[in-house]
Design a protein around this ligand. Structure first.
Ligand code: SF4
Length: 339
């Protein structure tokens, strides 16, 4: 029996007690078993309405944690490989984030922490406890505008590129933005200078950091009519060189709406681009370069099948209530602000 057949058998056995969620960066082999496929925002929104007792999350650990925070107490959230982490999320350890928040607020100003959903539950909790919230790449502009209105400034973390690209979209000047130096266990973080109101955590996505503006310049000389679309986790100069930039849902929509016969270069995770290529045979969809997230790739048909086989006795992803409560508050502020 193939792995796909085994998974189908487990799905039949568990019926409505099981729901499999998958992120767009998962491989086709995994995605074909998903009940719901989406980006971080879409998947977070769907948790609320799920009746299943077991939610199996095919993505990276912070996504399963987010699902566990939003799920009802009787629901169990599982991830087929607990070691599927996100490099960017790991660049912002919660104790260091808490230290930075305290340092930025030391002079009596109220700095609102706004974390990208690619962060640990403990970081989301630190944001929730300090009047802050969460954003995804699909709603970063709405949430940054919200956070700027809530206090004297915003700490945006962990992705400096998404923070900078969103700030530029909202028209903030470079003089209003400071990139934090979090070396020395946060001892170098000091209160803001006059005029500064956005503080960027120096994190990044190792996958989207692989794209460079000169790659775009070079391909334009060979494919002068090509459309170039990139994710806002790319550096600002890459976003500037592209024709369009936006979240995973934006990229899917933009490729879908491009005229038949278009050549489209996409700067994001390779699995998604590969799927878009298959879905649109009338267009020439290509990666800016092949960039695979090795952590997303840790979820396979083999460990999904094993997980489903032992689901009744598997240890679910748990977030302790003292962290889950403020993290939930931060997430709910986002879901309310972006209704
Ligand atoms: S693609 Fe980047 S941001 Fe997304 S999970 Fe992988 S390392 Fe994290």
């Amino acid at each position: 029996m193939t792995l796909a057949q085994k998974i189908a058998q487990h799905k039949d056995r568990l019926g409505s007690r099981l729901c499999i969620l998958a992120h767009h960066y998962q491989s086709d082999a995994v995605v074909r078993h998903a009940d719901i496929l989406g980006d971080s925002l879409e998947l977070a929104r769907r948790i609320d309405g799920l009746g299943a007792e077991h939610i199996v999350f095919c993505g990276v650990h912070f996504m399963a944690e987010t699902a566990a925070i939003l799920a009802r107490p009787e629901q169990k959230v599982h991830i087929p490989d607990i070691n599927a982490s996100c490099v960017m999320a790991e660049m912002a350890p919660a104790p260091l984030v808490e230290k930075a928040i305290a340092a930025l607020n030391r002079d009596g100003r109220r700095i609102i922490p706004l974390t990208y959903v690619n962060s640990s539950a403990a970081v989301k909790a630190a944001c929730g406890s300090n009047g802050g919230s969460v954003c995804t790449s699909a709603n970063a502009a709405t949430m940054l505008r919200w956070a700027l209105g809530e206090g004297d400034g915003v700490l945006f973390l962990p992705d400096a590129n998404l923070g900078m690209n969103t700030a530029r979209q909202l028209g903030l000047k470079n003089t209003e933005i400071k990139r934090l130096d979090v070396r020395g266990a946060g001892s170098l973080v000091t209160p803001a200078s006059p005029g500064q109101r956005l503080f960027l955590w120096p994190g990044l996505c190792a996958i989207h950091a692989k794209f460079h503006a000169d790659q775009i310049d070079a391909l334009r000389s060979v494919h002068p009519g090509a459309l170039v679309l990139v994710h806002p986790e790319c550096a600002p100069e890459v976003v500037d060189a592209a024709d369009g930039s936006g979240s995973t849902s934006y990229l899917i929509k933009a490729v879908g709406e491009a005229p038949a016969g278009s050549t489209i270069f996409v700067g994001t995770e390779w699995n998604l681009i590969n799927r878009l290529k298959t879905r649109h045979p009338d267009k020439d969809v290509r990666p800016l370069r092949k960039a695979l997230c090795s952590n997303m790739a840790k979820i396979t048909e083999a460990n999904l099948s094993r997980m489903l086989e032992g689901l009744e006795t598997a240890t679910p992803v748990r977030v302790e209530e003292h962290i889950a409560r403020p993290a939930r508050l931060a997430l709910e502020r986002m879901l309310t602000a972006c209704k």
